[in-house]
Write a protein that binds this ligand. Structure first.
Ligand code: COI
Length: 389
């Protein structure tokens, strides 16, 4: 049987620790790693029915999967990512979850999978967060990352859409995605996406295919990789888990989402916030050379929020980005020296957190403050973006 094993349904309200407000965890030590929570939400769909039947909460844990399932054999699956935020008044909020539901529908269409309806998606998210409420970090300590998955779970030996589908949502409390400064390297050989491919959806296959680039970059002391467009190799696309923005004066530029770039919800929200704050935002092709005289470079993503980039290395040259200053120092450093320099730098700043700190006077910081302010209820949500649990 190919479906996820039917673990007995649980009623979290009858759980003995449901009354404990917070899970017993050292909240100051949160990074971005899986912390198993109490429940996950599971829903199934057979190809014959073509719609999901009512799902349920089950204890978080391993699942059974047919060895011949679509996801295990051919990577037929998509993921989503969103967060729940605990405000000072203890209310728990979601941020634009309907956009994740919509994006999952678009991805499902591309990957020949039946999607959950928006209502089913939202119910699954709410039930998952509600059942794991004690794991939503205290305000100021982090947030809860929610990971919905849509998987081809039915068996099929030949290449083609699976016979059954499983939708799962689990969650984990998280802190910062990156620690320390962000020293990026532009990848010259591996491309993340091609025209007509799956770069613009959250296909599960998009991620393992860039592990080689990330692993090699980390081995050389870099934090993450910036990908170029496969067609010309001249324009910036995105980092491995985030969209990129560059700032020059009052203009903020970001690569246009024209088929190979993931349309991030933090990207979209940052653009909207930036316009409210009075910046000019351009969505266009961004030649990699523009990094060399950018005032600021920052990355956006649900997992990483908004992170300032400290340096970018391209064709062996390191461009140190002086946040908020109008020009850039270009350091010509041989690869070997660079490695040592970055290692020393990493040791010195290992205590530093990547997300913006209070008081930084930069464009990225201004957007970060307003966006996270809305998410955590410090700033009035005039956009109507937040949804109370
Ligand atoms: C997110 O920011 O939510 C992402 O999808 C990145 C992730 C794959 C860690």
């Amino acid at each position: 049987h190919s479906r996820v094993a039917s673990v007995p349904t649980c009623d979290p309200s009858s759980d003995s620790d449901a009354k404990v407000e917070y899970a017993n965890y050292k909240w100051d030590e949160l990074g971005f790693g899986l912390i198993p929570t109490d429940y996950m939400y599971v829903m199934n769909c057979s190809k014959a029915e073509n719609s999901f039947s009512e799902g349920s909460l089950v204890r978080f844990g391993n699942m059974e999967m047919n060895p011949s399932s679509g996801i295990l054999n051919y990577g037929q699956g998509i993921l989503e990512g969103l967060k729940a935020y605990r405000r000072e008044d203890e209310k728990i909020m979601l941020f634009r979850p309907e956009l994740n539901a919509m994006r999952m529908k678009i991805g499902a269409e591309r990957m020949c999978m039946p999607p959950p309806t928006t209502q089913q998606f939202l119910d699954a998210i709410k039930q998952t967060v509600h059942a794991n409420k004690r794991w939503v970090p205290p305000p100021g300590k982090g947030s809860m990352y929610i990971r919905p998955l849509l998987l081809g779970s039915g068996p099929r030996l030949g290449v083609g859409p699976a016979s059954e589908y499983t939708f799962i949502t689990y969650a984990s409390p998280v802190g910062n995605y990156h620690e320390g400064t962000l020293n990026m390297v532009v990848e010259e050989n591996i491309y993340r996406a091609t025209r007509g491919g799956t770069g613009c959806i959250k296909a599960i296959i998009n991620y393992a295919s860039i592990y080689k680039a990330i692993t090699d970059a980390k081995a050389k002391g870099f934090s993450d990789v910036l990908f170029l467009d496969a067609k010309t190799g001249k324009n910036l696309e995105e980092a491995s888990t985030s969209n990129i923005f560059i700032v020059k004066g009052n203009v903020i530029s970001t690569p246009a989402t024209d088929g190979t770039i993931l349309p991030g919800i933090t990207r979209k929200s940052s653009i909207e916030v930036a316009r409210v704050l009075g910046y000019n935002v351009e969505e266009r092709a961004v030649p990699v050379e523009e990094l060399s005289d950018a005032d600021e470079v920052f990355l956006t993503g649900t997992a990483m929020v908004i992170n300032p980039v400290d340096s970018v290395t391209y064709l062996g040259k390191r461009y140190a980005i002086m946040r908020g200053m109008s020009l850039i120092t270009i350091l010509f450093i041989k690869q070997n020296e660079l490695r040592h320099l970055i290692r020393d730098l990493k040791i010195r700043i290992s205590e530093r957190r990547t997300e913006y700190k209070k008081g930084a006077d930069t464009v990225g910081h201004n957007i970060y403050e307003m966006l996270t302010g809305i998410q955590f209820g410090r700033v009035e949500d005039k956009m109507g973006w937040t949804v109370e649990l």
